[in-house]
Design a protein around this ligand. Structure first.
Ligand code: SF4
Length: 285
């Protein structure tokens, strides 16, 4: 049985949310640099250059990569053989994660972007609640993945319930249509997470997981979906939207697909759009 202190979880999360908001990770920087080479439009190239300059300044001066520091979204993989030690006044894992996110956003001067109620719109003032997705796994693993999810990109996401007859082509057209509709709103070049299968709500969760399961630009281990990712990236980049909508060849950095079994009568699909400020980071204890 592995024992993990809740205070340690809180403190690790406090640092993690700041680091993720200050530093683009190596896999993201690598793809952005590759895309700078590929971009043919001078305006688009200049935008990518500025994205890289911005990343260097944010890291050096410990400033948010973007003014929208996002909803704090966590995916937790909790091993069945992990014992959580309640310490420092923390009574649950949810509380430890929430307190870590609250303290990190406060300490890092990161924007507080959560409202208490979707219609009445009063800011909660501390960027909580955090959005936590739980997965119970065998063994004593404990892994937390964080993604800062800005509103501009999240707003351009979509879910659609297809009949199975729509096939692969129906889903591919939906993904391209969603990227096209988004235009410059999600701050391209975007990262496109696609969830295929499951059911209505599960497909949306898969699409978000697709953004953070693998290093950026890596392909699905199933060659069928890897080919689909390559085709979709090419089609989206042929839309001509370009970096920040300035026109060009680079509208997306990557397309990642996750799939899951589904009902015989359904073929759900979801597209979760992420902006170039792709702030993902994880830790294991
Ligand atoms: S979509 Fe991304 S880059 Fe654009 S404002 Fe929101 S967080 Fe910032």
């Amino acid at each position: 049985m592995k024992v993990i202190s809740l205070a340690k979880v809180r403190d690790t999360i406090k640092d993690l949310v700041q680091k993720a908001n200050f530093e683009l990770q190596d896999d993201v920087l690598k793809v952005v640099k590759e895309m700078e080479e590929k971009e043919e439009s001078p305006a688009g190239k200049e935008v990518i250059k500025q994205i890289l300059e911005n990343a260097a300044i944010a890291k050096g001066e410990k400033l948010g990569l973007c003014q929208d520091t996002g909803l704090a979204v966590f995916f937790v993989e909790l091993g069945e053989d992990v014992e959580l030690q309640k310490d420092d006044g923390l009574g649950s894992l949810k509380e430890a994660i929430t307190e870590g996110a609250r303290a990190g956003y406060e300490e890092g001067y990161l924007r507080k972007s959560v409202v208490e109620d979707p219609i009445r719109r009063k800011n909660t003032g501390d960027n909580t609640p955090a959005y936590i997705h739980w997965e119970l796994v065998p063994g004593d693993a404990f892994k937390v993945t964080f993604i800062a999810k800005g509103g501009g990109a999240e707003n351009m996401s979509a879910v659609r319930m297809f009949a199975p007859a729509a096939g692969m082509e129906g889903i591919e057209d939906f993904v391209v249509e969603t990227a096209d509709k988004g235009g410059s709103n999600p701050c391209p070049p975007i990262v496109v997470g696609v969830g295929v299968g499951g059911n209505f709500e599960y497909s949306a969760l898969l699409a978000k997981k697709a953004l953070l399961r693998r290093p950026l630009g890596s392909h699905n281990p199933d060659p069928f979906y890897a080919d689909m990712e390559k085709r979709l990236l090419e089609r989206i980049n042929n839309l001509g939207i370009g970096p920040q909508g300035m026109g060009g060849r680079v509208t997306a950095l990557a397309v990642h697909i996750e799939s899951h079994p589904c009902h015989i009568a359904s073929m759900p699909a979801a597209v979760n759009i992420q902006c170039h400020s792709h702030r993902v980071m994880n830790f294991e204890l």
